[in-house]
Design a protein around this ligand. Sequence first.
Ligand SMILES: [Zn+2]
Length: 317
Amino acid sequence: MTSINTVLGPMDTSEMGFTLCHEHIITTSSDVRTTFPNMIDQLSTVKLAVRDLSKAHSKGLDTIMDPTTHDQGRDVVALIEVSEKSNVNIIICTGTWLDIPRFFWDADPDLVADLYTSEIENGIEGTGVKAGFIKVASDVGGITPQEEIVLRAAARTQKRTGVPILTHTCASERIGDQQIEILKDEGADMNLISIGHSSDTTNLDYLTGLLNNGAWLGMDRNPKDVPGTANDQQRVETIKSLIDDGWAHRIMIGHDWDSNIIPHRTEMRKQREANNPDAYSYIIRRFIPELKNLGASQDDINKITINNPRGFFEGIS
Ligand SMILES: [Zn+2]
């Protein structure tokens, strides 16, 4: 048992229940909330999130991990409201996504780790809400020098606090391999690392390599959201192959959904909702039944949705 931070305060890992490992509520950019608030319809976004998360909660969802960082417009106050009204536990993060502040570019990773550690131990933006995990991101073309600073800072924060790291990657370019190399170089605990967006690929050689290095896999983009990546059927089949190879105990699952109502992206929102009318309930309503059709057992499903997210926070091997 381990105590973890949610937006409504500390919670024991035994209370996490059915957990999705990568879901957003509101994502914008750094400063949008305070400087350009009209760029997002905050009230409608919160209302939609409460509606869709409540629906998922009624079908069995208990907890989400929200990897929205400061540079993605993390909004702690809104998340408190969404959690209270939907009855879904929300674990939020420190760390940085791809929009790394210039201030970090020449910073010592230890200084950045001080900032992350404070968000875990003291809280975020004076709200008293503490971060429950650390997010890092690396994408197309490999890890930049700035991203390396964030990765090293994340590893040092993990070592200081025992809080796990969740990554954003470009799976087709095997960026998870590069992340692991740096995290290992820092001596990070691999049992507290999940390599995310791993469901974008069907490359079992790559995925098994990450697992053999001791990391968890975040199979966290369902249904398909990024052009040129694995289709929905392939996403289910890849997880089934990993289960068949004995990896059911190291996989987590999610949608990478959000509830953003952004005036200049109305068309994009319509397309996303047409692609996934189930919102945060797609995994429960569509994905898990399909996984069972392929032969996955209820025990496999319980591992992926209940035991593994808990084990990730507990750092079990
Ligand atoms: Zn995401």
